[in-house]
Design a protein around this ligand. Structure first.
Ligand code: SAH
Length: 371
């Protein structure tokens, strides 16, 4: 076994011992340990993102994605009266491509660039290194977690982007049984393999009033993420108090919904989230409805979610592609068209992925979200 494999099976062992001692873990606790344990969690070694890693993301498919978002941020900042200085923050920058494209596009507005203080929220030491190399001229400030990052901002206006970050924050799951709701905990079977166990709960701890929890059929799964809700509230509060805008793009649903969306990926292929903690990427669909409610209760206004394809089209992605193609070789032009099609087409990423914006409640709809 390589050193990394040994460390990761140690993670399995220490989680087993923990469960034997203290009983089964809520899914979010297991998930957090599998992803973030120093030295052994999935994000804490290796290089998960990109063509050679476990999955490929929108900014790596086409530069147009980041360029449109860069222009969106410049416009939101302009609408806010061009505050200076301000925090330009990205949550989970992966290999840094999105921020690189944002900054290149934003050079059209030199005053935006001059006022921006770049903050990157990244837990993975390997990815921080990759980001540093991708952004050599920008001197970003890194934070290991979103809570510390938000605290570090204090009174600064915040312009924030997050692509495929919220889906990585852990969730809890509840199952409706004949006898009522149970929480799905991670326990051990007779062979000491991780398995789901059900524990009694009262009502699931959700603030999601539009979902008919009482009428849910037997076997229904309900997902709820205290950490995602806490992030939404922190953003809502900061934006309403200090000004700014946040653009969140992720896969998920806009209305409240029952169902199991837990997913694990290893080398691009579906894997079992309970099999080998630390070796697979764990995510789940984003419940934009609940996220939006939490941000609005905290004082911001949420726009969307709308389909990623519609959002990028509204911002002029087609015109940008046409412009890029004009000076490209035929092969490069075909590549530009293919990349854009993957981002926009409803059968590719265009409709599973959604965009949502958070702004202070007093502002009109941001670019791309107008009716
Ligand atoms: N936005 C990038 C990468 C998305 S993958 C892209 O579009 O290509 C998720 C990113 O979030 C990775 O960089 C991962 O290391 C980081 N991440 C996941 N959970 C995190 C957490 N709790 N705190 C900080 N960073 C986290």
């Amino acid at each position: 076994m390589s050193k990394t494999e040994t460390e990761q099976s140690d993670l399995g062992q220490s989680l087993r011992r923990h469960i034997e001692r203290d009983g089964p873990l809520p899914l979010d606790a297991y998930w957090r340990a599998a992803m973030t344990t120093p030295g052994a969690g999935y994000y804490m070694g290796g290089q998960p993102i990109g063509a050679a890693g476990d999955f490929i993301t929108a900014p790596e498919i086409s530069q147009i994605f980041g360029e449109m978002i860069g222009l969106w941020l410049v416009e939101a900042w302009t609408q806010a009266g061009k505050p200076a200085p301000f925090a330009l923050m990205e949550l989970g920058p992966g290999r840094g491509q999105l921020m690189a494209d944002i900054l290149r596009a934003a050079k059209l507005a030199p005053d935006f660039i001059a006022a921006a203080r770049i903050h990157l929220v990244e837990i993975s030491p390997t990815l921080r290194q990759v980001q540093a190399e991708k952004l050599p001229d920008w001197r970003p400030i890194w934070h290991a977690g979103w809570r510390a990052a938000m605290e570090a901002l204090e009174a600064m206006p915040l312009f924030l982007v997050a692509n495929e970050f919220i889906d990585a924050l852990p969730i809890r799951q509840f199952e409706r049984t004949r006898a009522g709701w149970r929480e799905r905990l991670v326990g051990l079977d007779d062979d000491a393999a991780f398995t789901f166990a059900l524990a009694p709960v009262g009502d699931p701890p959700i603030g999601n009033l539009s979902l008919d929890v009482a009428g849910a059929p037997e076997g229904a799964i309900l997902e709820w993420s205290p950490e995602r809700q806490a992030l939404a509230a922190a953003l809502g509060r900061h934006l309403s108090d200090m000004d700014g805008a946040a653009l969140l793009i992720d896969y998920g649903h806009g209305s409240a919904k029952l169902g199991d969306s837990l997913q694990a990926l290893k080398s691009g292929k579906p894997a079992n989230a309970l099999k080998a903690p630390g070796r697979a990427d764990i995510t789940s669909h984003v419940d934009f409805h609940s996220f939006k409610r939490a941000a609005e209760v905290a004082g911001a206004r949420a726009w969307g979610p709308i389909d990623q394809g519609v959002f990028l089209r509204n911002l002029g992605a087609d015109a940008r592609a046409a412009h890029l193609k004009r000076t490209a070789t035929p092969e490069a032009a075909a590549e530009i068209a293919r990349g854009l099609d993957r981002l926009l087409h409803p059968l590719a990423m265009g409709s599973l992925f959604k965009a949502m914006a958070l702004l202070p409640a007093v502002y009109p709809p941001p670019a791309g979200f107008e009716a």
